[in-house]
Design a binder for this molecule. Structure first.
Ligand code: ADE
Ligand code: ZN
Length: 336
């Protein structure tokens, strides 16, 4: 058995609609009479060519999920796949705007997803939480609507609030009110920054959104002072190397800054973002980073520990997950 299988894993950054396997998208598209041929090729692969067309493909693929049962199936499928790769914990980004676009209420959306997560947990013991995201390019009013829905309809598995979408649009200052509301409601907060935007985008997210976790954040590497700040303030990066390469942020994994950031003392987690769109999985992320940068079993354990420590879950759950993580040390690892 390889180290990649033995290391317990945790994922903090995965968009649930972006985790939909093409076979499931095709099946539900047939059921609901939706034409997805423009975003799925004959070989069952998602088709897109840059970030803008990726977001369009993501929107169309999301539109095949119409009912709570569809979302339950999606969540169960994803969490079972994650558990099969050795994950003990996963946080999913959920997008109430995408559900609403197909006529589903926030409450029905969340209840459907929660049902699927509970089924996966019953079968595999995988623990999960949801982070509701606002879509940046939909504007501040839409993002505020999302946080109000979350606060007005509390659910024990929805423990975070985040900002995704096109980082090239708008300024974090537009979303500071939404993030203040989320923090006051005791939701964990995270924002995509430093994926397509540079260091100034990250600084603005830290200043205006007061987040302690960043989606991606990798372009901090372009500013030494910012790297030092992230390390000093123990900001946790939700790094998604395969996504960055698929979207052309970096050309090859060996040129990706994840290793340099870690060496500089920045807290790193590994994530798959939108796995089938980018030809990746959480297991592949751990394995490819370990192979490229020589990360040992213990290095990978530390990545999972960082994720669990930064997870938006209650402390009793965190403690249980850390016990499960530490029990993996009993298994002799080949690499360290
Ligand atoms: N929504 C889905 N995937 C995304 C990504 N990689 N960046 C920003 N928003 C997203
Ligand atoms: Zn993302």
């Amino acid at each position: 058995m390889s180290d990649a299988i033995q290391v317990p894993k945790a994922e903090l950054h995965c968009h649930i609609e972006g985790a939909a396997p093409p076979t499931l998208v095709n099946r539900l598209a047939d059921r609901h009479g939706i034409d997805v041929s423009s975003v799925l090729d004959g070989n069952g692969k998602f088709v897109w060519s840059d970030f803008t067309t990726f977001l369009k493909a993501y929107d169309l693929a999301s539109s095949v999920f119409r009912t709570p049962a569809d979302y339950a199936l999606l969540a169960e499928t994803y969490f079972r796949m994650l558990a099969a790769e050795g994950a003990i914990y996963g946080e999913i980004f959920i997008s109430p705007d995408h559900a609403q676009a197909t006529g589903l209420s926030y409450r029905s959306y969340v209840e459907g997803l929660a049902e699927g997560m509970e089924r996966a947990k019953a079968g595999t013991a995988i623990e999960g939480r949801m982070i509701a995201i606002g879509v940046r390019h939909f504007g501040a009013a839409a993002v505020e609507r999302v946080v109000k829905e979350v606060i007005g309809n509390p659910h024990p598995l929805v423990t975070g609030f985040g900002l995704a979408g096109d980082e090239r649009s708008g300024h974090p200052a537009n979303f500071s009110k939404a993030f203040r509301m989320a923090a006051e409601a005791d939701l964990g907060t995270t924002a995509h920054a430093g994926e397509f935007g540079g260091p100034d985008s990250i600084v603005a997210a830290l200043e205006f959104l007061r987040v302690r976790r960043l989606g991606h954040g990798v372009r901090a590497i372009e500013d030494k002072d910012l790297v030092r700040r992230l390390a000093d303030e123990q900001i946790v990066l939700e790094v998604c190397p395969g996504s960055n390469i698929a979207l052309g942020v970096y050309t090859h994994l060996r040129f990706h800054p994840v290793n340099m950031l870690r060496k500089a003392g920045v807290k790193i987690t590994l994530n798959a973002d939108d796995p089938p769109f980018f030809g990746t999985t959480l297991g592949k992320e751990y394995a490819s980073v370990a192979a490229t940068f020589g990360w040992t079993f213990d290095d990978q354990m530390e990545v999972t520990r960082t994720a669990i420590e930064a997870a938006f879950c209650d402390d009793a759950t965190r403690k249980r997950l850390l016990v499960r993580l530490d029990s993996a040390r009993q298994i002799p690892g080949e690499g360290g």
